[in-house]
Design a protein around this ligand. Structure first.
Ligand code: GSH
Length: 248
């Protein structure tokens, strides 16, 4: 199996987390936005509209969504059951995480646009050196494109912020009413994909120390010190979840 993804992206990270926790073996290939797009279209057979990563290739099967990849891991591997019955409960958290990630992406890309060092980090290291100050300009064009690609400009940043806060509040409430006896507490009675995907909403508050590969400046742009302060116990929950379940 081969997984194509972005080493710094929580969408790729949740697919990797699911595959790793289910002990499914795969090789990881880094996707290069824009430059890698024709090959990704060829692989997925999608010639119009947006193509995204992660994409998993398992023989003739090509899965181009992290949720589908996690379900595949649940069928193929062994370890904790990621999609227990009733599946609607996991689906509820998948939808919630989607909203949190979309809002977090808009806000962190906006922070990145104000940070030349973070913009330069978006350019592959091999090219960055020779480009000097031009690297930030190229990074800016790429980040602006991503901002538009995902419709981040469809609403003001204040609305994205309110959305992110409402998702974090919902996570806080869900953990508070959880009946889980596990340590750390899980969203459903046992560890599942609900935890994996909801943990990713904290990437745009305080990226985890392990899992994602992020440059120093990108880590700064992903972080929101104010929300980190407000939701310290959620960040601590995520860190404990990673320590317990994310071995790879
Ligand atoms: N529904 C998809 C969404 C994935 C997604 O948004 N991927 C972004 C991560 S930033 C991506 O591919 N970015 C690279 C690009 O757009 O060129 C999934 O969860 O797999």
């Amino acid at each position: 199996m081969q997984l194509i993804g972005l080493p710094y992206s929580p969408w790729s990270e949740r697919a990797r987390f699911a595959l790793d926790v289910r002990h499914v073996a795969y090789t990881f290939r880094s996707y290069q936005p824009l430059l890698g797009e024709p090959r990704l279209r060829l692989l997925t057979g999608k010639w119009r509209g947006n193509v995204t990563v992660p994409v998993l290739r398992d023989g003739k099967l090509v899965l181009s969504d992290s949720g589908a990849i996690a379900r595949h891991a649940d069928e193929r591997g062994e370890g904790p059951r990621l999609f227990p019955e009733p599946v609607a409960e996991v689906a509820h958290f998948e939808a919630l995480a989607e909203r949190g990630l979309a809002a977090g992406r808009a806000l962190s890309l906006a922070r990145m646009l104000d940070d030349d060092e973070a913009l330069a980090e978006m350019v592959p290291r091999a090219l960055r050196k020779g480009l000097g100050p031009l690297a930030a300009g190229i990074g800016r064009a790429g980040v602006r494109r991503t901002f538009r690609k995902y419709g981040c400009d469809a609403r003001p940043l204040g609305e994205h912020r309110a959305e992110q806060v409402s998702v974090l509040d919902a996570l806080r409430a869900a953990l508070a009413r959880s009946v889980s006896k596990d340590e750390p507490r899980t969203l459903l009675p046992a560890f599942s994909y609900a935890d994996i995907t909801m943990a990713q909403t904290l990437v745009f508050v305080a990226p985890p120390a392990t899992g994602l590969r992020l440059g120093r400046a990108s880590r700064r742009a992903f972080s929101d010190p104010e929300l980190r302060e407000r939701y310290t116990e959620l960040v601590a929950w995520r860190d404990a979840l990673y320590a317990r379940w994310r071995s790879a």
